[in-house]
Design a protein around this ligand. Structure first.
Ligand code: PEP
Ligand code: MG
Length: 583
């Protein structure tokens, strides 16, 4: 047993777990390097093609094996891996290396993989950098198949085991989660948007990733305590530490039990004001957890995640299948799908000019309006998918009325085209906008007369209003949701929406922060959209207060001038009403 030690990583899936470590074999797949005789090259290419076919069959088998019900969990991830296998550039390059440089297939595959990974290195966005490990997993599979090694071996994990590894492929993670025996995941690599994190969150398994060198320091059988919210991992903790962990675990389990029990209760204040609590998703796999926690709909589906997980843009058909899956999984509950929020530096597999300031560059609706084919494929798919459920569509980063008009007119053009082609479509769906630029906020009255709903994106609204880059740690201290300018802006947006009679939601991180629930309630939002784990606490607060007290609190808070004063006041008021464990 190793000495007590603690690690700080990224809390990628919340929850607390204590259990015995089960360390996965961190052995790297060995790549033999052999120079061929020129006459052997053709046979080597055949060997490579056979390994691709075998890998494809294995991934398809896994997809079928792991599919549970209509949601087809993990299906998208495995499908993305299959697409990487068939990427024409990859196939052509490996074949070229085998033939021109007369090297064996394993070596050629590894070299092309290295080049591909390198392209991802330069991307700023964490999500894309994470895709590097997907390339690695696919490459390992091909190399293993070339060498005749066993892949997708079912692992016998003890119940409640804390699975520790340098990295875990999404396929292994999915298989492990499916056994229902994993207590938590702990890995050296990965991040919040790695597939492993998504799989863990979708199944409510705590996970701490990006620990650096934890896997080397932990032995199978060590006692491990994992706090997936704080990103903390304790190896062989002391009795006191363990007692503390167990107490946190007990409290969280109790809260979770209440959450699941109160899932069906309406979010209504004691003086009868009803608001809707919706969920934010990036993948269809997140829906079962959202529904279990009582989400009444989806307030934000970030479709760029579907788009970005691959070397080439999805076809209209692939867009359609993704939206259909989400709409069917949600039944008649409303599903708000946001059109692509992509930026010029966020298109993998494409040569991109690095923008000096991407946050202020060609992103979201601006990008779509300049790449009409891409936009039309998505709009046509949305119109077609609308037959399958209760769809709402919104455009991101709108800064003026012209952009909204242009986007709507493209939507109508797609509608007419589909209608001419006799393609079935559902009834007309509401079309709204994200209000996330100060410019949109200040012309909210004009936008409200042409949009059917608003959704306030505070992540960007705060960034643009306070002039602080969301990604820049040096100015993170200025990122204050309770800055008077933000409160005034939200108040202004809500007023404009109410005057025009359209609903207004909030889907930025602020909406799920339970310490702000009273403030947001008083500001008059109709809907809040957040991740599944936040719904129960926010609902409990809403159900235990009156709108009149919330309004009184807000009025007093807005008398102060600095963010610090407002924060202090709101915290004091919340502490008076709710104990620490509630927030
Ligand atoms: C926001 O800006 O608040 C938002 C929800 O959009 P995203 O975080 O995807 O930019
Ligand atoms: Mg945004």
């Amino acid at each position: 047993m190793t000495a007590p030690v603690s690690f700080q990583g990224i809390g990628a899936s919340p929850g607390v777990a204590v259990g015995q470590a089960f360390v996965l074999d961190a052995r790297k797949v060995r790549t033999p390097k052999v120079k061929l005789k020129p006459e052997e090259a053709d046979t080597e290419v055949m060997r490579f093609k056979t390994a691709i076919t075998l890998s494809d069959v294995q991934l398809e088998d896994l997809k079928v094996k792991l599919a549970t019900g209509a949601e087809n969990e993990h299906g998208l991830i495995l499908e993305a891996h299959r697409m990487m296998l068939h990427d024409p550039m990859f196939l052509v390059e490996v074949t070229r290396l085998i033939k021109e440089e007369t090297i064996n297939a394993e070596w050629a595959v590894r070299r092309v993989c290295r080049r591909l990974r390198h392209q991802f290195d330069n991307l700023e966005d964490e999500y894309f950098r994470e895709r590097k490990s997907d390339i690695e997993f696919v490459t390992d599979r091909i190399v293993r198949n070339l060498m005749g090694e066993i892949v997708d071996q079912e692992l016998e994990v003890p119940v409640g085991a804390i699975v520790v590894a340098h990295d875990i492929s999404p396929a292994d993670a999915a298989m492990l989660v499916k056994t229902g025996k994993v207590g938590a995941f702990v890995t050296d690599l990965g991040g919040h948007t790695s597939h492993m994190a998504i799989v863990a969150r979708a199944r409510d398994v705590p996970a701490v990733l990006a620990l650096g060198k934890a896997a080397d320091a932990i032995r199978s059988g060590d006692t491990i305590a994992v706090d997936g919210r704080r990103g903390l991992v304790l190896v062989n903790p002391s009795e006191e530490q363990l007692a503390l962990f167990r107490e946190t675990m007990r409290r969280q389990l109790a809260t979770e039990a209440i959450a699941l029990k109160t899932a069906e209760l309406p979010s209504i204040t004691i003086d009868g004001v009803r608001v809707r609590l919706n969920g934010n998703i990036e993948f269809v796999d997140e829906i079962p957890s959202l529904l279990a926690h009582g989400a009444e709909g989806i307030g934000l589906y970030r479709t760029e995640f579907l788009f970005l997980d691959r070397p080439a843009p999805p076809t209209e058909e692939e867009h359609y299948e993704a939206y259909k899956a989400v709409l069917l999984a949600m039944g008649d509950r409303p599903v708000t799908i946001r059109t692509l929020d992509l930026g010029g530096d966020k298109i993998p597999g494409k040569k991109w000019e690095k923008e000096i300031n991407p946050a202020l560059g060609l992103r979201a609706i601006r990008y779509c309006l300049q790449h009409r084919d891409l936009f039309r494929a998505q709009l046509r798919a949305l119109l077609r998918a609308s037959v399958h459920g209760n769809l709402k569509v919104m455009f991101p980063m709108v800064s003026g009325v012209s952009e909204l008009r242009e986007a709507r007119s493209e939507l109508e053009a797609c509608r007419s085209e589909l209608s001419r082609q006799g393609v079935p479509m559902g009834r007309r769906f509401p079309v709204g906008i994200m209000v996330e630029t100060p410019s949109a906020a200040w012309i909210a009255d004009r936008l409200a007369s042409e949009a059917e709903f608003f959704s306030i994106g505070t992540n960007d609204l705060i960034q643009y209003s306070l002039a602080i880059d969301r990604q820049n740690r040096d100015v993170a201290y200025l990122y204050r949701p309770l800055h008077l300018s933000i409160l005034r802006m939200v108040e202004h947006i809500v007023k404009a929406a109410k005057a025009a009679g359209i609903p207004v939601s909030m889907c930025g991180e602020m909406a799920g922060d339970s310490s702000l629930t009273l403030v947001l309630l008083a500001l008059g939002l109709d809907e809040f959209s957040m991740t599944s784990g936040q719904i129960a606490v926010v609902k409990r607060i809403i159900r235990s207060v009156s709108m009149s007290e919330a309004k009184e609190l807000l009025a007093k808070a807005m008398q102060f001038s600095t963010a610090e004063e407002i924060e202090r006041f709101v915290k004091h008021e919340m502490d008076q009403r709710f104990s620490n464990g509630d927030l």
